[in-house]
Write a protein that binds this ligand. Structure first.
Ligand code: LR7
Ligand code: MN
Length: 582
């Protein structure tokens, strides 16, 4: 019940704040994240007993006691083979409370041994592949800020345990200025007493953000290949060899493993036994977000085998391998990007446009805990994802940047810092245009302004079609309406394609149940088969061809939803597009 109240309160705050302050969804998310973390920091001190403070020095004996206490929590074989663990009773309740702090089940994580066994999630064909004994060596760089202890330590043990010693040069832990006192001295002490010397700790004295934290790790690294990981991962056996082998073959290949989901609540290592051939590669949306997309048929044919390197237009960002010298040659990172977000698409476009390739290596698998919110603050309350992405867009996307700004008009006038260096880098490396990237690397992408009859805001009276913030985690959702924003923002940006799709990124409007009252319009993954997803535009009406029903806004004032109804002369059935190519 409390979760429900919490959610609905957040939603109410969400919509009123959005209206009052005219904030973008992304800015609002940062605001709420900061408020949440600050509130939790206060509560934590009292309720959960985690202390946030600077410069409190403990003695070794205290660390030893703390670490033993942590080790004593471990329940032998709990979570072995990656199975889900469900807590009961009082413990489950406590876990629920703590989940609001760490964004995942820390109580369970504390109980699962650091070296639990994992299922062999790999395609059986992987076992037939042979790897050279002599491969380049790896520096594994793990960055973190205020990361929970047990998930961080498990990541380290997992890497140590599942990597051949002669290939693992070092593990570099980069502490991005955590201000949780239990993390600093305690980690140092743990390194000294529990881990081999090849695990090193670098502590940043100012909060640098994940981009500059990775740069610091890369600067300190000495291995031939850099492998970056988030601080809440577990690696599956033989995860390392296929990455190093591919880089030995092609030094300009930037590689990602298959990223499996470790459930945030049960810590289950999730993968599908029945479809080991199936995995997704990276795509992006025009609002500048990373997405997962199917491997295109052409790529399935080109790669030859489901376990061969598979080209990926983009990467998620957190888990990847790159030859160390090549990392610097190709422009490392944009060091002016703050905190979180955007660096993944920046590196993806840059690598492809400047002559490298980005590939998923199917026989390398790594699990990652997907957390439901950021358990850390965004200093300055800035929408770093948006600003970082705008920096990327300005440098790499040429004329296509207008599509991004149509989604994010708020960023058009925002100060995003100096770009001289990054533009010079692109010139110096003689990189190809974004259009080349779209045509050659990502020909399947939907371009909202190409091959369309109309695009932008779709207005009936004073309201506009609106996705109501849906579509990032939902498989389908009812198409909504909302007061028109002054300019088309991401949630009110639609296209009518020449093939009759009423479309937003990869979602198309369709009618599933024409007999319901009212007939709701559902946004569903585009199938490209016309059918229930085909619409035609005539004298301002939008007609669903299969059902001959018209898009109708009449009950939207009360329901926030659009409907389909028998075509009439009603003004509720007249739609105006902000941009029309006809
Ligand atoms: O200021 C910060 N300093 C940090 O050191 C903020 C974060 N961090 C650390 C943090 O402790 C963590 O270890 O950086 C790492 C990534 O942060 P997360 O785990 O909060 O990010 P995420 O998993 O939600 O987000 C994904 O996108 C990010 C875009 O900036 C990064 O590239 C993340 O590394 C990336 N994670 C993955 O790609 C894992 C697969 C997820 C997917 C899809
Ligand atoms: Mn992460």
């Amino acid at each position: 019940v409390s979760l429900f109240i919490c959610l609905s309160v957040t939603l109410i705050i969400w919509s009123t704040k959005r209206l009052e302050n005219n904030l973008s969804d992304e800015e609002l998310e940062v605001l709420i994240t900061n408020q949440r973390v600050q509130k939790l920091k206060r509560e934590q001190q009292e309720e959960v007993g985690v202390v946030f403070a600077k410069n409190i020095l403990f003695h070794n004996a205290d660390y030893e006691a703390e670490i033993r206490k942590d080790e004593a929590k471990k329940v032998p074989h709990l979570g072995d083979n990656g199975v889900a663990v469900v807590l009961q009773g009082e413990e489950a309740k406590q876990a629920e409370t703590l989940m609001k702090v760490e964004a995942f089940n820390i109580l369970l994580s504390d109980k699962i041994p650091y070296l639990r066994t994992l299922p062999d999630a790999r395609n059986p064909k992987c076992k037939e592949l042979k790897y050279d004994l002599d491969l380049p060596s790896a520096s594994v760089v793990i960055i973190f800020t205020n990361e929970a202890w047990s998930s961080l330590i498990r990541t380290v043990h997992s890497v140590l345990n599942s990597s051949p010693a002669h290939l693992l040069k070092e593990i570099l832990l980069v502490d991005d200025c955590s201000d949780r006192v239990d993390l600093q001295g305690r980690l140092n002490y743990y390194l000294k007493t529990r881990l081999p010397p090849k695990v090193r700790l670098i502590r940043l004295t100012e909060r640098a953000g994940l981009i500059r934290a990775r740069l610091a790790g890369a600067r300190a690294a000495v291995g031939d290949v850099l492998i970056f990981l988030d601080a809440h991962c577990e690696v599956v056996q033989t995860w390392l060899e296929p990455l190093l082998q591919r880089i030995k073959e092609k030094r300009s290949a930037v590689l990602v493993p298959i990223i499996d989901v470790i459930d945030d609540k049960t810590l289950e290592y999730m993968y599908s036994k029945s479809s080991l051939d199936f995995f997704q590669v990276g795509g992006f949306t025009w609002s500048g977000h990373f997405t997962w997309v199917a491997v295109p048929e052409a790529e399935q044919a080109r790669r030859g085998s489901p376990v061969a390197p598979t080209r990926s237009p983009t990467m998620a960002g957190g888990l990847f391998a790159i030859e160390r010298d090549y990392f610097w040659e190709i422009g490392s990172y944009d060091s002016q990007m703050d905190v979180w977000g955007g660096e993944n698409l920046e590196m993806s476009f840059r690598v492809w446009q400047c002559g490298g390739s980005l590939e998923t290596i199917p026989c390398s698998r790594v699990g990652h805990i997907f957390r439901s919110f950021h358990p850390y603050t965004f200093p300055g309350g800035k929408d770093t994802h948006g600003i970082n992405t705008a920096r990327m867009v300005e440098v790499w996307m040429d004329e296509y940047k207008s599509l991004f700004y149509m989604n994010r008009p708020d960023l058009r006038e925002r100060d995003i810092g100096d770009l001289t260096e990054r533009k010079a880098l692109r010139k110096g490396l003689n990189c190809k245009p974004f259009k080349w990237y779209l045509q050659n690397v990502y020909p399947d992408i939907f371009i909202p302004t190409e091959n369309v009859a109309a695009f932008g805001q779709v207005r009936s009276e004073r309201r506009c079609l609106d996705n109501l913030q849906k579509g990032s985690s939902e498989e389908q959702y009812e198409l909504g309406m909302y007061n028109c924003h002054p300019k088309a923002t991401s949630s009110q940006f639609f296209s009518l394609t020449l093939t009759g799709e009423l479309r937003r990124e990869n979602f198309c409007a369709e009618i599933q149940n024409p007999l319901a009252r009212p007939v709701r319009v559902i946004m569903f993954r585009c199938h490209g088969q016309k059918g229930n997803q085909e619409w035609s535009m005539k004298d301002g009406q939008l007609i669903n061809v299969q059902t001959t029903l018209c898009l109708d806004a009449s009950d939207s004032e009360q329901s926030d939803k659009v409907a389909a109804a028998s075509c009439s002369r009603s003004a509720w059935q007249l739609w105006r597009w902000s941009n029309s190519t006809e």
